[in-house]
Structures are given as C-alpha cells and as structure tokens.
Design a protein. Sequence first.
Lengths: 718, 302
Amino acid sequence: MRQIQLTIDDKPVTVDEGISVFDAARIHGIAIPVLCHQQNERPVGVCRVCSVDCGEKVLQASCIRPAENGMKVQTNSDKVKKSRRMIIELLMSDHPSPCARQRNSGDCELETLARIEGVTTSRFAKRVSPRGQDDSSLVISVDHEACILCDRCIRGCDEIRHNDVLGRRGKGYNAGIAFDLNRPMGNSSCVSCGECMVSCPTGALTNKSVVKTVLPNGVPVAVEELKRLPFFQKISGTFLELNANAVIKRHYKAGDIVCREGDYGSTAFYILEGQVDIYLATTMAHVATGGGNTGVFRKMTSHLVTATGTYKAGLASQSHPRSISIDAPVDLAFDNPVGHLGPGDLFGEMTCMSLYPRSATVRATTDCVMLEMLRNVLDVIQRNKTLRAELENNYRRRALDEHLRTVPLFESLSADFIESLASKVELVRLAKGDVICRQGDVADAFYLVRIGFVKVTEQHQGDDLVLAYLGKGSYFGEIGLLANGVRTATVTALDHVELVRIDGTDFQEMLSRFPDIKRDLTAVARGREEQNSRHMASVTQIPLDSFLAQGLMEANSLLLLDLEKCTRCDNCVRACADAHDGVTRLIREGLRFENFLVATSCRQCRDPLCMVGCPVGSIRRRNSLEVVIEDWCVGCGLCARNCPYGNINMHPFDVMVADLDRPGKQKAAIKTKATSCDLCTELAEPSCVYACPHDAAHRVEPNQFFKSYRQKKIAEHS
Amino acid sequence: MRIDRTHRPWMFAALAIFAVALAAYIPYSIASLPRGGSVLGIVYGVVGYGMMLFAALLGVRKKLPVWRLGRAQTWMRGHIWLGLLTLPMILFHAGFTFRGPLTGLLMALLFIVFLSGVIGAAIQHYVPRMMTASIPLETIYEQIPHVRDQLRQEADKLVSVLFAQPEAVPEGVIASAHAGAEKSSAGPATEEMIEMEVEERQAAADVYNTMIVPFLSNPDSGGSPLAKADGARSFFETLRRKLPATTHGVIADLENLCEEERQLTKQKRLYVLLHGWLFVHVPLSIALIVLGAVHAVVALRY
C-alpha cells in the first residue's frame, strides 16, 4: 500500500493511501468528535459533526474525506469549533434532553458531546410537529423524537446483519427511520437482533425495561451456554446479554407440575430434556340444566355431570369438537384429554405472548430440564428466520395433520394429501391489529387459526359489525373461495396470532379430490352466511339514547322483567337455581329501561368479548347465536372478567377427581367453573320464564321487542 | 300479576262456567230446597272443592319451578279465575245456608280466603306499577339491610370533609379555632376538609349527628323530618342556608342518600303489602282444604 504524508493539527503524519482523514487522525491519537460514524460501519457523512478544515473553501466531513498527500488538516480551529458547535446546537434543539438513554445509562453520545462543547441551551426553536414513539416491539423501544437521522441503525441492520428491515422514510421535517414500509416495529419483519439498538448513539432505540424482570427460582443461563443450544445460536449475543434474566433453566423431577391450567403467567417453556404430560386436570364436567326430553324424573333434576355415562351420550347430539385446542403443539382428544411433549417442544406461547391463562396442566413424566423464557426472548426466537423455519418444519412434520383433523370437516382427508399439503402450507405470523384479509379483497387462501384470536367483521352502514371471534382450531376464508372469489368479511388479528395459510389453488385441489369435504364446507359456508345475514338483519336502526347507552342494542337476547307485572316473588331466580344445581345464573337486579328491568343474565351479545382469550375455547357459539360455556372449561375466570355486564360468574363445585396419591381411586375436590345463562337450551324454554307466574319474565330479541313496544306505545297515545 | 286483556279467555271461561252453574241452580232451587247432600249439591261441592284443590296446587307448582308441568302463569291464571268460582260453587252446594259448626267454619274460612285472594290480586295488580314508578332505586328485598349499611358508611365518608367522623367533633378543632386557626388541625383527614368557620363546622356536625345519623340508622322508625320528602327538602334547604356554598355539594349528596333511604323504606312497606296478605290467604287456604276434606268424609260417611 502506498504511503502518503499529511499534517493534522500541525502534526506531520504518514498513513496508507485511501483512508479517510478521520481514520488518519484516529490512528495518530487525534480524536475527532463524530456521531454518524462508527468503525464497523461504512461512513456516510450525514451528521457533519466530524467536519474539519482541510484548507479548502468549505469544511469537509472527515469520515468520508480521503486523506491526500500534503494535506493540511485542522480539527480544532476556531472555524471548525464554531461549525461543530452550531451543528450540535441544531441537533440539540430537536433532542428530548435527557433522552431515554441519557436517563438510563448517561451515555447518550449527542448529549455527552453537547456537554463537552458547552452547549447547554439552543438558540433554535424546537420542531413543532412531533415525530412520536413506537412501542410496538416487545424488545426495543423506539423514540423517533430522539433520532438524529445518523443512519447508524440502518447500516447496522442492512450491512452488518443483512436483515434489510430498517430504512428511511419521508423528507425534510418528515424524515425518519422506518421498519419495512413504515410499519410499527413490532409488526414489521424485524427479527429483534438488537443491532440497531447497539448502533444508536442516542435514546432513539433502547432496550425495553423487561430486562429488569427476573424469573424467580431458576438457574441463570450463561450467554455462552445458550449460544450452544440450536434454538439460540442465531440470536444476537448482545441481545442475550441485555436480557440475561429473561431466560432461565429449570429442573423438574418426575411427577412435578410445571404449570397448571387457569393460572396466569407470562412465560413459555422449551423442553431440553425429558418428557411431560399435558392435560386438562379440571374434570370434564359442567353444570347442566336438569331435564332432557325423556323421562319425568330426568326433567326434574339438574346436576354437575361428567362427560361419561348419560351426559356423554347426550354430547353426541351436540356439535362438540373431536379435540380441544390448547397452548401447545398438540391438541387434546376430547375423550381422553392428555397429550405428550418431549425435547425440542415449545409450549405456553399464547400465555407468553398474549398473557392468557394457561390452557392445560403440564406434569413431568420423567426428570426434565426446561428453559423458561419471557416474551421478549420468545419474540426474538419467533422472529429469527432460521429458527422460525425450524419451528415451521416441526409443525408441518408433527402437528399439521393433527391440526387439520381437529376440524371435523377435514377428518376424511387422506394421509398422502396432507403430506403433499404439508410442504405447501405457510405459517403466517401476525401482530395485534394486523388485517389478515379485507372485505372485497380477492379470496386467495384458506386459513386455520393456530395461535391467538381473530375478529371477523363486516361493513354495515359505515361501521364494522363483529360477526365472530375465532380462536385456535377455527378456520375462515372458505366463503370467498367457494363463492365468487371475493372476501365477504374483514378478518383482523386481536393479539399475537399464528395462522396456517393454505393457498387458494391447493384449497381448490383439495375440494376437487375430496367431494365430501367440498359438500360439507359448502354447507358450513351457507350456514355461516345465513347466520351473518340474520345477524345483520337484527341490527337496529331505532335511535334510542338510553337504549344505546345501556348496550342493549348489542344483545341478541335479553332477560326482561316487566316491573309493572313483577311481584318481586323471585320465582325466576329460584327456578334458575333449581335448574342449575342450586346456583342461579340470574340476578334480579340491573338497569332499567322504561318499565323493564334488564336482569343480570347473559345477553348473548353480538360482539361477545367474553370469548376472546379463552385458553381452551370452551366459551363459544355452537351453530347458533347462543354463547355457551362447554364442559371443558378450566375455570380460569377470564371470560367473567371480560364480560362487560358482569353476567358470567365463577362458582365452586364439588367434583370427584382422580387421586394421584392413590392410583385408581377418586377423591372429592372443589373446582371452579364459569357459569352463565345457557337459555336452558336442553329445555324448551328458559326456566326463569317458564316459572314466572305473573307473565313478567321474557327472553326477547331486544331490537324487535323494543321496536314493537314503541309502536304499541305510540298507538296507545294516538 | 296484572289482570289485563290477556286474561279475557280465562274470564270468559269462568263466566261461562258460572252461567252454566247458575242456570242449573235456578230450576234446582225452585223445584226443591237446595241441599249439599242432593246429587246436584254434591256435584257443586265436588266441583267447588276441585277448584279449591287446583288453586291450592299453585303453591306446590311454585315449589317445583323446573318441572315441565305447564307454564306457571297458566297455573296462576287458573288459580285466580277458578279460585273466584269456588265461592259461587260452594254457595250453590250449600244452598246459601250454613248448618252446623263445621260448615259454618268452612264457610267463614271460604269467605276470608276468597276476600284475601281478591284483595291480594288487586294488590298485585296495582302495587308493582306503583313500586316501579315511586322507587327507581329499588334493590333486592333481602339486600336492603346491606344497602343501608353501605349508605350509612357513604354518609360518614361524605361528611368527613366537613368534620372528623365517625367520632364527634374533636377537641382539637375547637381549640385550634379559638387560637384563630382557619383550618382544623385534627389529623390527616382534616387536610382535605372544606374550609368553613368553626361555628359552621360545629353546626354541620350537630345536624349530622342529631338528625341525619339517627334517620340513617333507623329509617323505619318515623318521626324524623327526613322520613318524608317534603320535610327532607325543607330540612336540607335550611341546612344550605346555614352552611357555605362550598358544602352544598356534600349536602346534595346527603339529601340523595336520605332519599334513597326513604325509597328503601317505601320498598319494604310495599313489599310487605305485596306479600303480606299471603300470611292470611295461604294458611287459611290449607285449613279450608283440610277441613273441606273432613267435611266431605263426614258428610258422605254419616
């Protein structure tokens, strides 16, 4: 390499030809302040803080100015200092001082430089239009206000990590960094490697405070040890160091309970060694309305019934699924809800990502070693392209067949077809709020919900009307594919959602090969369309202020008590209790609308928020608008908390459960389950209405009822 | 139950039965002296007693609300209209004469049960509407004591910005007032107190402790001006004039609490009215059924 000679700050130096003035100075111990440049990145000269006087007409950014033979450079002349100070002052005028980084660790490079240069205040006005923050990522907090557009993060992402997620958006005052096509960071294809955060000189990209969370009673895992595990090999060491407490190793002895259904948590488990059983410990039972259609005495009783014997026989006539979806790579058979997991399996993703209650109990069957991780770690794992591909392969290999077959319609699919489908399906990952498909779009795929909940809405008079909430094990997209190829509804992710996407072409091939499935799917699609039509038709157009305020318009069915007829005898409450094992699902209190009392009893809402988040999907609609709580409820209470009207209650029941200490024996236990009005669906009429001697209790479709009520009133007055 | 247009079929059916019974009775009474022991007399007795039994079975039906034995309101309509028919049927059976102590007692019981039933039906026709209109803050009857406790606690909490509660006005308040202090120094609670003169604070405490607390503690006793809406309005108006405007919000809240108490009192009264007549009607009905059976056995056997 040819050597050149130049003078920096009156000091003669010799350097290789081609290097920058900045590097020439650095090599000879002369520090030039800089913000946009760091050694492992290509210099771009955007901040101009490193400007030096090379004896030319204007100052030059030293990081991109090649050193030349005989050049005389001044790095600290008055002119240079004045220019640098001006630049820092301009940058500081727009900087939220102290920024997050300065507050947390006191090492914001801009603020440090400002202090050194003596810039305490700025003569320039602050930006009037705020650039905002982006808190969508679980790992990194983005404060666009603190960004100085140095592009270090962009070069880190694109040139060092080759992720190509970060770029620039806008111009002038609107300029900023952007993820993908200006998406929120959490919804972008960012893999959370942390390079941008490490590169950022200010508090624009900082590690979230989740790192301060320490998982209790576990063995901390060294970064080196984690890096030896296949799952963590591709994850940035910087990230793992910053999140040292977010993943721990746990040892379990055979028989130990890892987690219990219904418990709240925020972690996922990855099995390193050993085997576990995953099962529903809560007795498969529920309070059933006494009665039935046969036998005088059957009509008189009600009890907590288990899914065996007579009640089980009754289930056959209902639309129960073949299996129960849980938060694990396996589904549980309805008849025998026990699954098995082993090394390499990850479970608890929904609890970890969306903070839903645990869907099942996990017990170690052998001595086990597991990694328990917080969601920032799980998020990074799921974002990592290599690991994601591995997870997808595992899913295709092990769970796709089972998942497809959980949908009763697909039971008849042949093994060879599923095998051929396995290589074609795509696992789609979505963040909260992401739109999966829009009404009116071309229908190009069929989806199965693998994790999370989606909301199906249809445009109605300018508003989005909720048609359904779908959770794990549900599917959608068939109506558009079967009909005219246009989406009839919009589907949006309600939380962290993972879907199995079957391309339209593969879907059509499946239909042509399996005419039974086509016939059944067509019937389901028709049923859903009819249900949606009924739903839309029932939406009121009556402008009733207090009616709206009470949310009654959102109900499908209201229990109304005509207070001018009701003698407050409470026969309705007693009847409800008698029909449900002594536990009433109706409280004769609530809001009044004119002379009607809207009793505290399930309203069968059009937008049933209670369904969102049920970890085992036990609160659902069968083939009608009635919301029912199925007998595999694990008693977590989420639905009761979600119900805005307080119409779902948790009740303890005495049940017999298997005694783990005495195999083959049973013992009495108390299990809590959710209860809400089931409209006495097993009887012809709700017991409360049937038992009211004063014709005061009515189960009504509110819009229709109040419409005719109003008309009657108007007619009476005229 | 409101006896409205929906009762027409039952009413017409009852009238038709009555008309048939009357049509049979007139020639029968003209031809001979009507007696319970005659064939027609026995028929009237059996039909009348059958109607009583049916009416009495409503109680049993209510005890088995889930049994699919017909809608309870159908039973109730039957109870009302067939129950009404029992009186003429039994009068036709007895030929409007009461011979002997048992039949005399039975007839007396029948009249009382009949009258109490009619009064009860009238009460249950009118009172629910009255209750709905006059008690917007109605609660579940059994919950009234609990709600009252809550109201009392709420009142104590409300007045804590006027003076220290639940204890009487502490010495410190008066002492600091004598020292010229504008604010009380009676502890942390006083920091949030509304500023007012010591005399006014004392007056507020006196009024609360001597008038409002006794009323809230025992609202059913009567005698308090707060027990009536007009009295309460005038009482709180006077209080507003005595105390500074800053306290008027609290006074309005206290007035509302007293109003709620009055409503609960009224609810209790109306509830007792709604169901109190049953204490006469039900036991006497049972006695009537039992003695009626005894009468039938005695009359037929001997």
